[in-house]
Ligand binder design. Structure first.
Ligand code: RIB
Ligand code: CA
Length: 331
Protein backbone atom coordinates (compact mmCIF):
# COMPACT_ATOMS: atom_id res chain seq x y z
CA UNK A 1 0.00 0.00 0.00
CA UNK A 2 1.42 3.42 -0.97
CA UNK A 3 2.80 5.27 2.07
CA UNK A 4 0.28 7.94 3.10
CA UNK A 5 1.53 11.51 2.91
CA UNK A 6 2.05 12.84 6.43
CA UNK A 7 0.83 16.39 7.08
CA UNK A 8 2.59 18.31 9.87
CA UNK A 9 -0.30 19.22 12.15
CA UNK A 10 -0.94 21.25 15.30
CA UNK A 11 -4.09 20.76 17.37
CA UNK A 12 -5.30 23.60 19.62
CA UNK A 13 -7.84 22.31 22.10
CA UNK A 14 -9.70 22.65 25.42
CA UNK A 15 -9.94 19.00 26.56
CA UNK A 16 -12.91 18.34 27.01
CA UNK A 17 -14.38 14.96 26.20
CA UNK A 18 -14.81 15.41 22.47
CA UNK A 19 -11.37 17.01 22.28
CA UNK A 20 -9.98 13.79 23.75
CA UNK A 21 -11.78 11.74 21.08
CA UNK A 22 -10.36 14.12 18.45
CA UNK A 23 -6.81 13.60 19.72
CA UNK A 24 -7.44 9.83 19.68
CA UNK A 25 -8.44 10.04 16.02
CA UNK A 26 -5.43 12.19 15.14
CA UNK A 27 -2.92 9.91 16.90
CA UNK A 28 -4.42 6.86 15.17
CA UNK A 29 -4.18 8.42 11.71
CA UNK A 30 -0.94 7.87 9.79
CA UNK A 31 -1.72 10.87 7.56
CA UNK A 32 -1.31 13.20 10.54
CA UNK A 33 2.19 14.08 11.77
CA UNK A 34 1.05 15.60 15.07
CA UNK A 35 3.85 18.05 15.88
CA UNK A 36 2.26 19.84 18.86
CA UNK A 37 -0.85 20.14 20.97
CA UNK A 38 -1.65 23.54 22.48
CA UNK A 39 -4.29 24.03 25.12
CA UNK A 40 -6.67 26.88 25.87
CA UNK A 41 -9.46 27.90 28.29
CA UNK A 42 -12.91 26.71 27.29
CA UNK A 43 -14.57 23.52 28.48
CA UNK A 44 -12.29 23.76 31.51
CA UNK A 45 -9.93 26.42 32.91
CA UNK A 46 -6.64 26.67 30.98
CA UNK A 47 -4.52 24.95 33.66
CA UNK A 48 -6.93 22.00 33.69
CA UNK A 49 -6.93 21.87 29.87
CA UNK A 50 -3.13 21.67 29.96
CA UNK A 51 -3.17 18.96 32.66
CA UNK A 52 -5.85 17.03 30.77
CA UNK A 53 -3.96 17.06 27.46
CA UNK A 54 -0.84 15.88 29.29
CA UNK A 55 -2.85 12.96 30.65
CA UNK A 56 -4.79 12.10 27.48
CA UNK A 57 -1.72 11.97 25.20
CA UNK A 58 0.26 9.36 27.23
CA UNK A 59 -2.96 7.44 27.94
CA UNK A 60 -3.62 7.15 24.21
CA UNK A 61 0.04 6.60 23.35
CA UNK A 62 0.43 3.62 25.68
CA UNK A 63 -2.65 1.99 24.11
CA UNK A 64 -1.55 2.38 20.48
CA UNK A 65 -0.77 -1.00 18.89
CA UNK A 66 2.07 0.65 16.94
CA UNK A 67 3.78 3.12 19.26
CA UNK A 68 4.70 6.49 17.72
CA UNK A 69 6.47 9.65 18.93
CA UNK A 70 3.99 11.66 21.01
CA UNK A 71 3.46 15.41 20.52
CA UNK A 72 4.57 17.92 23.12
CA UNK A 73 1.79 19.79 24.91
CA UNK A 74 1.99 23.55 25.49
CA UNK A 75 -0.09 25.70 27.86
CA UNK A 76 -2.16 28.51 26.44
CA UNK A 77 -4.43 31.44 27.21
CA UNK A 78 -6.43 31.41 30.41
CA UNK A 79 -8.83 34.17 29.43
CA UNK A 80 -10.45 35.49 26.23
CA UNK A 81 -8.88 38.49 24.50
CA UNK A 82 -11.32 40.79 26.27
CA UNK A 83 -10.82 39.09 29.64
CA UNK A 84 -13.87 38.15 31.65
CA UNK A 85 -14.91 35.28 33.88
CA UNK A 86 -15.41 31.76 32.56
CA UNK A 87 -18.64 30.14 33.80
CA UNK A 88 -18.06 26.38 34.21
CA UNK A 89 -21.55 25.29 35.28
CA UNK A 90 -22.76 23.98 31.94
CA UNK A 91 -19.34 22.53 31.00
CA UNK A 92 -19.16 20.50 34.22
CA UNK A 93 -22.53 18.91 33.43
CA UNK A 94 -21.26 17.96 29.95
CA UNK A 95 -17.59 17.11 30.51
CA UNK A 96 -17.55 16.22 34.23
CA UNK A 97 -15.70 17.97 37.07
CA UNK A 98 -12.27 17.14 35.62
CA UNK A 99 -13.27 17.86 32.02
CA UNK A 100 -12.66 14.24 30.95
CA UNK A 101 -15.83 12.57 32.19
CA UNK A 102 -13.99 12.06 35.50
CA UNK A 103 -12.09 9.30 33.68
CA UNK A 104 -8.97 9.71 35.79
CA UNK A 105 -10.98 9.63 38.99
CA UNK A 106 -12.21 6.18 37.98
CA UNK A 107 -8.83 5.10 36.65
CA UNK A 108 -5.28 5.85 37.71
CA UNK A 109 -3.94 8.64 35.47
CA UNK A 110 -0.95 7.65 33.35
CA UNK A 111 2.51 8.52 34.63
CA UNK A 112 3.22 12.12 33.52
CA UNK A 113 5.41 11.02 30.60
CA UNK A 114 5.60 14.39 28.87
CA UNK A 115 8.22 16.92 29.95
CA UNK A 116 6.99 20.41 30.90
CA UNK A 117 7.46 22.87 28.05
CA UNK A 118 8.74 26.42 28.56
CA UNK A 119 7.07 28.00 25.54
CA UNK A 120 3.43 29.06 25.52
CA UNK A 121 0.85 28.11 22.92
CA UNK A 122 0.85 31.30 20.85
CA UNK A 123 4.65 31.21 20.56
CA UNK A 124 4.54 27.60 19.34
CA UNK A 125 1.70 28.25 16.88
CA UNK A 126 3.53 31.26 15.41
CA UNK A 127 6.89 29.48 15.27
CA UNK A 128 5.53 26.30 13.62
CA UNK A 129 3.59 28.49 11.16
CA UNK A 130 6.75 30.45 10.33
CA UNK A 131 8.86 27.30 10.05
CA UNK A 132 6.45 25.08 8.10
CA UNK A 133 4.39 27.63 6.19
CA UNK A 134 2.05 26.09 3.66
CA UNK A 135 2.76 22.52 4.78
CA UNK A 136 1.28 23.11 8.26
CA UNK A 137 -2.30 22.17 9.06
CA UNK A 138 -3.81 23.73 12.20
CA UNK A 139 -6.89 22.10 13.71
CA UNK A 140 -8.56 24.42 16.24
CA UNK A 141 -11.18 22.72 18.40
CA UNK A 142 -11.51 25.14 21.30
CA UNK A 143 -11.90 28.90 21.71
CA UNK A 144 -9.59 30.71 19.27
CA UNK A 145 -7.68 32.85 21.76
CA UNK A 146 -4.29 31.14 21.20
CA UNK A 147 -4.58 31.43 17.44
CA UNK A 148 -5.55 35.11 17.66
CA UNK A 149 -2.54 35.78 19.91
CA UNK A 150 -0.35 33.94 17.38
CA UNK A 151 -1.75 36.17 14.59
CA UNK A 152 -0.79 39.18 16.69
CA UNK A 153 2.70 37.73 17.13
CA UNK A 154 3.25 36.96 13.44
CA UNK A 155 0.37 37.79 11.10
CA UNK A 156 2.37 36.91 7.98
CA UNK A 157 3.23 33.44 9.28
CA UNK A 158 -0.36 32.57 10.17
CA UNK A 159 -1.62 33.87 6.82
CA UNK A 160 0.83 31.51 5.12
CA UNK A 161 -0.16 28.19 6.73
CA UNK A 162 -1.63 25.42 4.60
CA UNK A 163 -5.02 25.56 6.30
CA UNK A 164 -6.83 26.16 9.56
CA UNK A 165 -9.73 23.79 10.23
CA UNK A 166 -11.96 25.23 12.95
CA UNK A 167 -14.60 23.42 14.94
CA UNK A 168 -16.71 26.43 15.71
CA UNK A 169 -19.64 28.58 14.79
CA UNK A 170 -22.84 27.51 13.12
CA UNK A 171 -24.29 28.32 9.72
CA UNK A 172 -28.03 29.07 9.91
CA UNK A 173 -28.37 27.00 13.04
CA UNK A 174 -29.06 27.98 16.66
CA UNK A 175 -26.08 27.94 18.96
CA UNK A 176 -25.33 25.67 21.90
CA UNK A 177 -23.86 28.26 24.26
CA UNK A 178 -26.70 30.73 23.62
CA UNK A 179 -29.55 30.82 21.10
CA UNK A 180 -27.19 32.58 18.70
CA UNK A 181 -23.68 31.36 19.46
CA UNK A 182 -21.70 28.14 19.37
CA UNK A 183 -19.56 27.52 22.48
CA UNK A 184 -16.00 27.95 21.09
CA UNK A 185 -16.83 31.20 19.32
CA UNK A 186 -18.98 32.42 22.21
CA UNK A 187 -16.01 32.00 24.61
CA UNK A 188 -13.98 34.51 22.59
CA UNK A 189 -15.77 36.22 19.66
CA UNK A 190 -13.00 38.81 19.23
CA UNK A 191 -10.47 36.01 18.76
CA UNK A 192 -12.71 34.26 16.25
CA UNK A 193 -13.04 37.49 14.26
CA UNK A 194 -9.23 37.93 14.23
CA UNK A 195 -8.71 34.36 13.00
CA UNK A 196 -11.49 34.51 10.38
CA UNK A 197 -9.78 37.62 9.03
CA UNK A 198 -6.13 36.44 9.21
CA UNK A 199 -5.83 35.52 5.54
CA UNK A 200 -5.15 31.78 6.01
CA UNK A 201 -7.34 29.25 4.15
CA UNK A 202 -10.01 28.43 6.74
CA UNK A 203 -12.51 25.58 6.87
CA UNK A 204 -15.35 26.17 9.31
CA UNK A 205 -16.88 22.98 10.75
CA UNK A 206 -19.90 24.35 12.57
CA UNK A 207 -22.75 22.94 14.62
CA UNK A 208 -24.85 22.71 11.47
CA UNK A 209 -22.75 19.68 10.47
CA UNK A 210 -21.27 18.46 13.77
CA UNK A 211 -24.71 17.92 15.31
CA UNK A 212 -25.16 15.19 12.71
CA UNK A 213 -21.90 13.46 13.71
CA UNK A 214 -23.24 11.32 16.56
CA UNK A 215 -21.52 8.15 17.75
CA UNK A 216 -24.32 5.95 19.17
CA UNK A 217 -23.67 4.81 22.76
CA UNK A 218 -23.93 1.19 21.64
CA UNK A 219 -20.71 1.69 19.63
CA UNK A 220 -18.89 2.14 22.95
CA UNK A 221 -20.38 -1.05 24.37
CA UNK A 222 -18.34 -4.23 24.94
CA UNK A 223 -14.78 -4.33 23.64
CA UNK A 224 -11.70 -4.38 25.82
CA UNK A 225 -10.22 -2.16 28.50
CA UNK A 226 -9.53 0.79 26.19
CA UNK A 227 -13.10 0.87 24.90
CA UNK A 228 -14.27 0.69 28.53
CA UNK A 229 -12.14 3.74 29.30
CA UNK A 230 -13.67 5.64 26.37
CA UNK A 231 -17.10 4.62 27.69
CA UNK A 232 -16.21 6.15 31.07
CA UNK A 233 -14.76 9.23 29.35
CA UNK A 234 -18.05 9.75 27.49
CA UNK A 235 -20.36 8.96 30.44
CA UNK A 236 -21.39 12.48 31.58
CA UNK A 237 -21.35 13.76 27.96
CA UNK A 238 -23.86 11.07 26.88
CA UNK A 239 -25.95 11.64 30.00
CA UNK A 240 -26.21 15.34 29.22
CA UNK A 241 -27.00 14.64 25.58
CA UNK A 242 -29.79 12.21 26.51
CA UNK A 243 -31.31 14.62 29.02
CA UNK A 244 -31.08 17.76 26.90
CA UNK A 245 -31.40 16.51 23.31
CA UNK A 246 -32.77 13.00 23.66
CA UNK A 247 -29.67 11.78 21.82
CA UNK A 248 -28.17 8.56 23.21
CA UNK A 249 -24.66 9.05 21.92
CA UNK A 250 -21.55 11.22 21.70
CA UNK A 251 -21.82 14.22 19.39
CA UNK A 252 -18.34 14.22 17.88
CA UNK A 253 -17.95 17.95 17.25
CA UNK A 254 -14.14 18.02 17.48
CA UNK A 255 -13.38 14.65 15.82
CA UNK A 256 -15.30 15.84 12.76
CA UNK A 257 -12.85 18.74 12.39
CA UNK A 258 -9.95 16.25 12.49
CA UNK A 259 -11.74 13.98 10.01
CA UNK A 260 -12.36 16.94 7.67
CA UNK A 261 -8.61 17.60 7.74
CA UNK A 262 -7.97 13.90 7.02
CA UNK A 263 -10.61 13.56 4.29
CA UNK A 264 -11.91 16.95 3.09
CA UNK A 265 -14.45 15.12 0.92
CA UNK A 266 -16.37 14.14 4.07
CA UNK A 267 -17.95 17.59 4.14
CA UNK A 268 -19.47 19.75 1.42
CA UNK A 269 -18.39 23.40 1.70
CA UNK A 270 -19.35 26.79 0.32
CA UNK A 271 -16.76 29.58 0.15
CA UNK A 272 -18.56 32.35 1.95
CA UNK A 273 -17.95 35.52 3.94
CA UNK A 274 -18.12 34.86 7.66
CA UNK A 275 -18.37 37.59 10.26
CA UNK A 276 -18.54 37.18 13.99
CA UNK A 277 -20.91 39.28 16.09
CA UNK A 278 -18.71 40.95 18.72
CA UNK A 279 -21.28 43.24 20.25
CA UNK A 280 -22.59 42.76 23.78
CA UNK A 281 -26.16 41.96 22.80
CA UNK A 282 -27.99 38.61 22.67
CA UNK A 283 -26.32 37.75 19.33
CA UNK A 284 -22.78 38.02 20.74
CA UNK A 285 -20.63 35.20 19.31
CA UNK A 286 -22.96 34.47 16.40
CA UNK A 287 -21.21 33.53 13.13
CA UNK A 288 -22.98 35.34 10.32
CA UNK A 289 -22.46 33.37 7.10
CA UNK A 290 -23.56 35.14 3.93
CA UNK A 291 -25.56 32.41 2.18
CA UNK A 292 -27.48 34.68 -0.18
CA UNK A 293 -27.53 33.30 -3.73
CA UNK A 294 -24.47 34.46 -5.61
CA UNK A 295 -22.79 35.66 -2.42
CA UNK A 296 -19.66 33.60 -3.09
CA UNK A 297 -16.83 35.18 -1.18
CA UNK A 298 -14.30 36.93 -3.41
CA UNK A 299 -11.07 35.07 -4.13
CA UNK A 300 -9.45 37.04 -1.33
CA UNK A 301 -9.45 35.08 1.88
CA UNK A 302 -10.08 37.97 4.20
CA UNK A 303 -13.07 37.34 6.41
CA UNK A 304 -14.12 34.26 4.50
CA UNK A 305 -14.02 30.51 4.92
CA UNK A 306 -14.94 27.24 3.33
CA UNK A 307 -18.10 26.75 5.38
CA UNK A 308 -19.17 23.11 5.79
CA UNK A 309 -22.84 22.81 4.86
CA UNK A 310 -23.10 19.06 4.21
CA UNK A 311 -21.54 16.02 5.91
CA UNK A 312 -21.45 12.34 5.03
CA UNK A 313 -21.98 11.23 8.61
CA UNK A 314 -22.00 7.52 7.80
CA UNK A 315 -18.64 7.78 6.06
CA UNK A 316 -17.31 9.87 8.96
CA UNK A 317 -18.38 7.29 11.58
CA UNK A 318 -16.88 4.48 9.49
CA UNK A 319 -13.56 6.36 9.36
CA UNK A 320 -13.68 7.19 13.09
CA UNK A 321 -14.45 3.63 14.20
CA UNK A 322 -11.94 2.09 11.80
CA UNK A 323 -9.17 4.31 13.22
CA UNK A 324 -10.02 3.36 16.82
CA UNK A 325 -8.96 -0.17 15.91
CA UNK A 326 -5.40 1.20 16.09
CA UNK A 327 -5.76 1.01 19.88
CA UNK A 328 -5.16 -2.19 21.81
CA UNK A 329 -8.23 -2.94 23.89
CA UNK A 330 -10.65 -1.23 21.52
CA UNK A 331 -11.96 -4.59 20.33
O1 RIB B 1 -19.57 23.61 20.46
C1 RIB B 1 -18.76 22.46 20.57
C2 RIB B 1 -17.37 22.82 20.95
O2 RIB B 1 -17.35 23.40 22.24
C3 RIB B 1 -16.44 21.60 21.05
O3 RIB B 1 -15.15 21.99 20.71
C4 RIB B 1 -16.50 21.23 22.49
O4 RIB B 1 -15.31 20.58 22.95
C5 RIB B 1 -16.59 22.57 23.13
O5 RIB B 1 -15.26 23.09 23.20
CA1 CA C 1 -13.31 21.49 22.21
Amino acid sequence: MAKKIQTPTLIDCDPGVDDAFAIALALASPEIDLRAITTVHGNVPARMAYRNARRVVPFLGVNLRSPKPLPAVYPGAGLPLRGGRIDRKISISIHGEDGLGDLFRKRKPPAPGLRRESRVASQVIASLSRGLGGSLSIIAIGPLTNLALAVRRDRKALAGVGRIVIMGGAAQMPGNATRAAEFNVHCDPEAAEVVMNCGAPITMIGLNVTRRAVLPSRSLGGGGEFRGALRDLAGPYIGFSKRRRGVDGVTLHDPLAVAAALEPGLVGCLHRKVSVECGSGPARGMTVVDLRPGADAPASRARSAEVAMEVDEKRFLRLFLSRLRAYRGWS
